[in-house]
Design a protein around this ligand. Structure first.
Ligand SMILES: Cc1cc2nc3c(=O)[nH]c(=O)nc-3n(C[C@H](O)[C@H](O)[C@H](O)COP(=O)(O)O)c2cc1C
Length: 363
C-alpha cells in the first residue's frame, strides 16, 4: 500500500495530510486546534464569534473581545502544541474580518484560511508577514481563478494552497446557491483536479489542493487522495471529541442525530448553511419571543441586522456552543450522524493513519 505523504503548505509541513476545519463560535478554538496540531495535522481556530463565550466579552465590546479571545486561543493552542502548525479560519463576510486577520498574525498564526466570500485583498492585509501561508476556500474553479488573478496582478502573490469545499456535504455556510445544492450537478473531485490544473497550466505551480466536505474515515481519506486531492479538511468528525471546545450537549447532538435530521437552512448571511434542522421552529421563534436585538453587527451583510429577517446567527451559534441545542443552531456536515461516541483526537488520527505507523516501522 502506498503510504500517505506529509502536507507542505508554504513554509510549513505536517506529518499527516489533514486540516481540521475551522468551526465558528468556539466549536474549534484553542483546545481542538492545539490537539490536532499535536497529533500531526493542521489545527484551525475559527475566528467567527470567538469572543462570544469568552472572558473578554462584556456584552458591549464584541469586536474587541473577538480579537482578544482569538489571541488567547492561539496562545492556548501553542501551549498544547508548541511546535505545531496552527492557523486561523476567518470568514470574509465578518464585519471584523480585517481586524481578525491582523490579530491572527500578531498572535503567531502560521496559516490564514478564508472562506464565506472571496478574500481578494488578503495578501494586502498580510503584507508585513509574508511567512504566513494564505489559503482560500472555494467551491468552484472559477472562484480560484478570480482570487489567483487578482492576487497575482495586485500583490504578486499566489495562494499557498486552496481548499475545495463540497456544498453537497460540508457543514456550516456553503458557497453555492440553495437551488444548486444536492441536485447532483456538483463534482467535488473534478473541481479539485480543475483547480490543480489551473495553477499548473497558468502559473506552472504545484500547490496543495485540499478536499473538504464529507470526509469521515480512512476510506474517505484514501478516496480523496486517489481522486487527486493532496490532503483533506475535516470538521464534523472532530466535533464529538473530548478536546472539541463546544459544550457536551453540542457533541451529544451529533451523536443523537439521524441522517434525516441534517438539512439546509438559509442563514441571515444570505448563504445556505447545513445544520441539524429538527429544531428549526424553535430556532426561528427564539428571536421573536425574546425580541432579540442585533447588538453586534457581526456580519457585513445580514438580514437580521437589516430587517429582523430569519434569525440572529451569532447568538444562535453561541447558544448551541454553550449547550442550548433546543433553540441554538448546530452546524454540521452530512456525515455528522455517523458520530457514535465521544473519542479523543488521538483516536481519530490512530484510526486514519494506523497503517502509516506500520509502514514507518517496517521501513
Ligand atoms: C460546526 C461547524 C462550524 C463551521 N464553521 C465554519 C467557519 O466558521 N468558517 C468556515 O470557513 N467554515 C466553517 N465550517 C465548515 C468546515 O470548516 C468544513 O470545511 C466543512 O464542514 C467540511 O465538511 P465536514 O464537516 O463534512 O468534514 C463549519 C463546519 C461546522 C460543522
Amino acid at each position: 500500500m502506498r503510504p500517505v505523504k506529509s502536507l507542505k503548505i508554504g513554509g510549513y509541513e505536517v506529518r499527516y495530510p489533514v486540516i481540521q476545519g475551522g468551526m465558528g463560535a468556539r466549536i474549534s478554538a484553542g483546545s481542538l486546534a492545539g490537539h490536532v496540531a499535536k497529533c500531526g495535522g493542521i489545527g484551525l481556530i475559527a475566528a467567527a464569534g470567538i469572543g462570544m463565550n469568552s472572558p473578554f466579552f462584556t456584552g458591549k465590546n464584541y469586536f474587541e473581545a473577538d480579537s482578544s479571545a482569538l489571541k488567547a486561543e492561539l496562545e492556548k493552542a501553542y501551549q498544547i502544541a508548541p511546535e505545531g502548525v496552527i492557523g486561523v479560519n476567518v470568514m470574509v463576510a465578518l464585519s471584523d474580518y480585517e481586524d481578525l486577520v491582523k490579530a491572527s498574525i500578531e498572535a503567531g498564526a502560521k496559516l490564514i484560511v478564508c472562506g464565506a466570500g472571496l478574500p481578494l485583498t488578503l495578501p494586502g492585509l498580510t503584507r508585513d508577514a509574508p511567512e504566513v501561508a494564505l489559503v482560500p476556500i472555494v467551491s468552484s474553479v472559477r472562484a480560484a481563478q478570480l482570487i489567483a488573478k487578482k492576487w497575482d496582478k495586485t500583490y504578486n502573490r499566489l495562494p499557498d494552497a486552496v481548499i475545495v469545499e463540497d456544498p453537497d456535504s460540508a457543514g456550516g455556510h456553503l458557497g453555492e446557491k440553495l437551488e444548486n445544492i444536492g441536485n447532483g450537478d456538483y463534482d467535488q473531485y473534478a473541481t479539485v483536479r480543475g483547480v490543480k490544473e489551473f495553477f499548473l497550466s497558468e502559473y506552472d505551480l504545484h500547490i496543495p489542493v485540499i478536499a473538504a466536505g464529507g470526509i469521515w474515515d480512512r476510506k474517505d481519506l484514501m478516496h480523496a487522495l486517489a481522486a487527486g486531492a493532496d490532503a483533506v479538511q475535516m470538521a464534523s468528525r472532530f466535533v464529538a471529541t473530548v478536546e472539541c471546545d463546544a459544550a457536551e450537549n453540542f457533541k451529544q447532538a451529533y451523536i443523537d442525530c439521524k441522517k434525516e435530521d441534517i438539512g439546509l437552512i438559509m442563514s441571515p448571511a444570505g448563504l445556505p448553511g447545513r445544520a441539524i434542522i429538527k429544531n428549526k421552529r424553535q430556532l426561528f421563534l427564539y428571536d421573536e419571543i425574546n425580541r432579540t436585538v442585533c447588538a453586534t453587527a457581526c456580519l457585513k451583510k445580514c438580514t437580521y441586522k437589516e430587517s429582523r429577517g430569519r434569525f440572529c446567527i451569532v447568538k444562535a451559534l453561541d447558544r448551541a456552543q454553550r449547550g442550548d441545542v433546543e433553540t441554538g443552531i448546530v452546524f454540521c456536515g452530512t456525515n455528522a450522524y455517523k458520530a457514535e461516541r465521544i473519542v479523543t483526537v488521538q483516536e481519530i488520527f490512530a484510526e486514519l493513519f494506523a497503517q502509516e505507523a506500520v509502514v514507518e516501522e517496517a521501513a
